[in-house]
Write a protein that binds this ligand. Structure first.
Ligand SMILES: C=C(O[C@H]1C=CC=C(C(=O)O)[C@@H]1O)C(=O)O
Length: 369
């Protein structure tokens, strides 16, 4: 295991040393755990992979984009060191300093543009073939940057104990931090799990049992359930237990969530294919997948990069725990780019969808500012 918050080491200082060096590293806490896990690859470049199975039988961390292409590839960070202690610190300090990275200009959608994009999408969504597509945008925070990354990450960890809270830095690729509520897959010994998460409201101090959902949100989540079920069927995974949909909180936001769990055997090839089929789910792409992907590429004026991709640890023994890269941001030298989105269906109201992205962004802004 890659753990151990050293007693003699200040975690904040340790991670800041890592950020200053030309190494790939990650730090995270799992849902309902406050144990900080860490790993770093200090030699050579990260491995790029096409299929997840290329990362099996090794220990490390995967970081995959929404849609892989020449520019945004899937990376595997080898876990060469995992302890936060003096020995690791001295080793990391001996590495070269990271070179300042140039960043592309990011497209920031205004409220008017975002709402116009939804109007445009509604024409396709009111037809027969496309049921749901996710629209996203970037919100830029200009007074914070790389120097604030560690404290933002540690604040996220303290504020969202139920999330997968992460910080990943790969030289020339980027630094991302976030607190995602959405698991993509977990395989632990013989248990295999995933979830369908969609539909959003503000919690606003209400009790979970007092929250009711509109048909638009129920449908939006049901599309994700339907899709995940079809992937289980494709691999003939039997005895799949489902639990939900239930209302689940993610900070001051609530979603509808259905859990899927099976003890069915799945071999490495199947597992790799399963993840390929599952990702991106209709929680971040849409249904049908190909039509939604095409529409997203036509409508969005930014590249999603690693937002709505997946990430997480992989163990040599075959265990893995992957999450969807949501409620997250790319940290630039002197700014932070928050990526937020929401599911659009034929019943969407543009104004309401815009507001939804604002309070999703707020879950991060509250903690960083
Ligand atoms: C795409 C995002 O959230 C997804 C996950 C949960 C609820 C969602 C929704 O209600 O639209 C989205 O499908 C995001 O937070 O950027």
């Amino acid at each position: 295991m890659s753990i151990i918050e050293g007693e003699d080491i200040d975690i904040h200082d340790f991670l800041n040393v890592c950020l200053g060096k030309d190494i790939a590293f990650y730090a995270f806490t799992r849902p309902d755990s406050n144990t900080l896990e860490f790993g770093a690859q200090i030699e050579g470049e990260t491995e790029k992979y096409d299929e997840l199975k290329e990362c099996f039988a090794k220990s490390g961390f995967v970081f995959a984009p929404f849609h892989a292409n020449e520019k945004y590839q899937s990376h595997f960070i080898r876990r060469e060191i995992s302890k936060i202690n003096q020995e690791s610190l001295q080793l990391i300090k001996s590495k070269a300093d990271i070179a300042l990275q140039n960043h592309d200009d990011l497209h920031i959608s205004s409220r008017e543009e975002y709402q116009a994009q939804i109007e445009f999408m509604l024409a396709d969504l009111k037809g027969e073939k496309l049921e749901k597509a996710i629209l996203s945008r970037i919100e830029l925070l200009e007074n914070k940057g790389r120097k604030d990354a560690v404290s933002s990450f540690l604040n996220l960890r303290d504020t969202y104990p139920k999330a997968f809270v992460f910080m990943v830095d790969i030289p020339k690729v980027g630094l991302w931090i976030g607190a995602t509520p959405e698991r993509l897959v977990r395989k632990c010994e013989s248990t295999f799990e995933t979830m369908a998460l969609a539909g959003t409201q503000k919690l606003d101090g209400r009790k979970l049992e007092n929250i009711s959902w509109e048909q638009k949100e129920i449908d939006e989540q049901a599309y994700v359930v339907e899709y995940i079920q079809s992937v289980f069927d494709k691999y003939q995974l039997k005895d799949v237990e489902t639990d939900g949909p239930r209302t689940a909180a993610a900070g001051n936001i609530v979603h509808l969530k259905t859990l899927f769990k099976t003890r069915a055997e799945i071999n490495n090839q199947e597992l790799s294919n399963f993840v390929k089929d599952l990702h991106p789910t209709p929680a971040v792409c849409g249904l049908s997948k190909d039509l939604a992907l095409d529409l997203i590429h036509r409508v969005e004026n930014h590249d999603r990069e690693y937002y709505a991709g997946y990430l997480g640890p992989i163990e040599e023994n075959g265990d893995l725990s992957l999450f969807v890269n949501l409620r997250s941001m790319k940290v630039l030298e002197n700014s932070m780019a928050l990526f937020v989105g929401g599911g659009i269906t034929a019943d969407s109201l543009p104004e309401k969808e815009w507001m939804e992205t604002c309070f999703k962004a707020q879950t991060l802004l509250n903690v960083i500012k």
